[in-house]
Design a protein around this ligand. Structure first.
Ligand code: PLP
Length: 386
């Protein structure tokens, strides 16, 4: 192959060439501050508003419901802290055991500050029990924060059913849709979600830009206070070039949605079937649940995911280990742990996550390289696999 085979798109994506092209003028000659009164700044403001419209359109929102942020983590934090600030008598949060660290870490911090948090469990396919969700909500609950699609396994939670339950219980709902926006169609006009987080670098826009959807009339308190940017909803001079890039990326995501659902899904399925057929003692995590079309979380029994990742790196194939919390750690990820994947499999987990730029030839290359590598690693395995 020779060149890089990048199949780690849930970690981050490449900037689409069209996005870069749209951004460049704002990094060079169009550097005005969008808050300035003169036209050199004002015209930049108008372009930012156009980008807001494109982001709103991608998720079925109104322009005034979109606030630009610095990243998905900021959007998540803003939503949860806003709910706690606007309902200061309520000190309980409902979330799940498989959220991204952006939510889990925040909730763990809030527990040390005296809040109580319910972490809903998932079954072995990564699915939630919606009855448990309903039971967990009380009149003390300030917000329910449940992700739309899981970054590790790609498992999709039924957001419409979740929204119906949370609304019926009269509670605010935030969803971390960082992994689903741009990959799945979303229409918030028909789904009573109060807050939704998205992040530019997961949909071929740059890193360092995100957005928070805040449904009209939702009680809200900004995280960043000071300047009057973003209609007083988020202070700080806007990252104009990246916001324009996010707007262009949102347009492209709409145009590519069909390709994601068909061609990218086809590549993922072929990769999955090929690996399962060629490698005994292998399982796909979340295979029986609805999943993102681009994600394959696979566990090869009796070996370490880190060894596979490092050997694949030597071949120019970029994947994430689907098991370790962080590089160098042999701990099982909280997601895989929550799904009760047996340890002999959990440690040998890899996440492949594809994008519109992956090709059939790349899948062929992976299918050619991985099975013999797995066989070799198993021969050396300390776990005593026959
Ligand atoms: N939420 C989910 C589900 C994610 O996958 C990520 C990034 O990996 C984040 C939040 C954080 O987004 P950001 O890197 O923009 O802060």
């Amino acid at each position: 192959m020779g060149s890089l085979v990048y199949v780690d798109n849930n970690a981050t994506t490449s900037i689409a060439p069209e996005v870069l092209e749209a951004m460049l003028p704002y990094l060079t000659e169009r550097y005005g501050n969008p808050s300035s009164l003169y036209r050199f700044g004002g015209s930049v403001h108008a372009d930012m508003e156009q980008a807001r419209g494109h982001v709103a359109e991608l998720i079925g929102a109104s322009d005034t419901e979109i606030v630009f942020t610095s990243c998905g983590t900021e959007s998540d934090t803003t939503a949860v802290l806003s709910a706690l600030a606007t309902a200061s008598d309520k000190r309980h949060i409902v979330t799940t055991a498989v959220e991204h660290p952006a939510i889990i870490g925040l909730c763990e911090y809030l527990e040390t500050a005296g809040y109580t948090v319910t972490y809903l469990p998932v079954d072995e396919q990564g699915r939630l029990d919606l009855e448990q969700l309903s039971d967990a909500i009380s009149d003390q609950t300030a917000i329910v924060s449940i992700m739309h699609a899981n970054n590790e396994t790609g498992v999709i939670f039924p957001l419409d059913e979740i929204a119906a339950i949370v609304k019926q219980r009269g509670c605010l709902l935030h969803t971390d849709a960082v992994q689903s926006v741009g990959k799945l169609p979303l229409d918030l006009r028909n789904m009573p979600v109060d807050f939704l987080s998205l992040s530019g670098h997961k949909l071929h826009a740059p890193k360092g830009v995100g957005a928070l959807y805040i449904r009209k009339n939702t009680p809200y308190k900004p995280l960043l206070m000071g300047g009057h940017q973003e209609r007083n909803l988020r202070a700080g001079t806007e990252n104009v070039a990246s916001i324009v890039g996010l707007g262009r990326a949102a347009q492209l995501a709409s145009a590519h949605m069909e390709d994601e659902q068909t061609r990218v899904r086809g590549l993922r399925d072929r990769l999955q079937e090929g690996l399962i057929a060629a490698c005994p003692d292998t399982r796909v995590n979340g295979a029986d649940a609805p999943r993102l079309p681009n994600t394959l979380h696979i566990s090869f029994g009796y070996i370490e995911g880190e060894s596979i990742t490092l050997l694949l790196d030597e071949l120019g194939i970029c994947v994430s280990t689907g098991s370790a919390c962080s590089t160098g750690s042999l701990e099982i990820s909280h997601v895989i742990d929550a799904m009760q994947v047996p340890p002999m499999y959990a440690h040998g987990s890899i996440r492949f996550s594809l994008s519109r730029y992956n090709t059939d030839a790349e899948v062929d290359y992976i299918l050619e390289q991985v099975p013999p590598m797995i066989a070799r690693l198993r021969e050396m395995s300390p776990y005593g696999h026959e």
